[in-house]
Design a protein around this ligand. Structure first.
Ligand code: ATP
Length: 321
């Protein structure tokens, strides 16, 4: 982390990416209630920005940046701007884990959101990752990126990946990461929904559908889709389209049936594949190229009235601006 601001920095701004899961295999719940997953994560060019400003009074505060308060931007009504916010929890977690004195490690976090809230794109996790790195630099902890990713795991399954970024296989609850090579950028169109889906509710619905025989059973330790990893390494969008899978798609569509119609529009407009992103309801459409993604985004927006976004990945993890 050379070239980062040193201990004299009084404010640090960090950008951290949202993610999509190109593959998400989910096993049955373990005795501790967690579902084991095998996921292929891709960090995408839609990012959150967090600025950490030193507070001499030792307090920890969090606010939404003015730029995100415009009506046209992300709907942040369901985000708590207090100690329940994942970025706020990340700052306190770092302070406590390192035994830093609160009196001399106060911070104000200002969060600028671009990633849809409760959209299955890990926006809260990106905020937490950005807050971790910003506070780590502000407090001159000297932690490396991999140490920060390790420290991030208790905050949430997707937080370590938002620290490391790129493309990676995630196992366990998603926090055990192995980087994956992607030879060329993957071009996608993201279609956000006008309402969110609760991740725990989507997982519970998957369990219910499986117990009713309405969704395929999951393996105890789900296996990673090797074809997805291969398609990324070979930069083959058609192979990727065939290999992509998401076990959470059936429960997400059961809870939010309109998603099927939007996926049909995407396919009708030439998407190579339409799939729910993570626990949804954001949809991802796979495109051939950057130009194709731009065209597809415009076409889907015209037909559905939803602001579709052309993005690409992999992009780096949390980084200081
Ligand atoms: P994931 O796929 O990682 O489960 P998601 O992308 O579906 O998450 P988030 O946008 O991370 O969903 O938010 C899920 C919920 O977490 C929100 O509804 C909100 O109540 C809560 N939350 C806490 N902190 C944040 C934050 N900084 N940004 C967004 N939501 C937050």
């Amino acid at each position: 982390m050379s070239g980062l601001p040193g201990p004299s920095a009084r404010h640090v701004t960090v950008r951290a990416p949202g993610k999509v899961n190109l593959s998400l295999r989910v096993g049955p719940p373990r005795p501790d209630g967690y579902h084991p997953v095998a996921s292929v994560y891709l960090a995408v060019s839609l990012a959150e920005t967090v600025t950490a400003v030193a507070r001499p009074d030792g307090d920890a505060r969090i606010t939404l940046a003015e730029s995100t308060r415009r009506p046209s931007s992300v709907d942040t009504r369901d985000v708590p701007w207090d100690e329940r916010n994942l970025a706020h929890r990340a700052a306190l977690h770092l302070r406590q884990s390192l035994g830093l004195a609160p009196e001399t490690h106060g911070v104000h976090l200002e969060v600028s959101k671009q990633v849809p809230v409760a959209g299955g794109m890990g926006g809260g996790s990106a905020d937490a990752a950005a807050a971790l790195l910003a506070c780590s630099v502000l407090w001159d902890t000297g932690l490396t990126r991999s140490e920060l990713a390790e420290l991030a795991a208790p905050l949430g399954a997707d937080v370590p990946f938002a620290v490391t970024g790129g493309a990676a296989v995630g196992r366990g609850t998603g926090t055990e990461l192995t980087p994956v090579a992607a030879r060329r950028p993957v071009h996608l169109v993201l279609v956000p929904a006008d309402a969110g889906l609760s991740t725990p509710v989507v997982f519970r619905t998957l369990d219910e559908l499986r117990s009713l025989g309405r969704a395929p059973e999951g393996q105890g330790e789900p296996a990673v889709d090797a074809d997805v990893v291969r398609a990324l390494a070979q930069a083959d969008p058609l192979a990727l389209a065939l290999a992509m899978e998401n076990d959470l798609q059936t429960p997400a569509v059961t809870l939010f049936p309109e998603l099927s119609d939007v996926m049909d529009v995407g396919l009708d407009e030439g998407a190579l594949r339409a799939m729910v992103s993570g626990s949804g309801p954001t949809l991802l459409l796979l495109a051939h190229s950057e130009q194709d993604a731009a065209r597809l985004a415009t076409a889907v927006q015209e037909r559905t009235g939803v602001a579709a976004l052309a993005v690409h990945g992999p992009v780096p993890g949390a980084n200081v601006l």
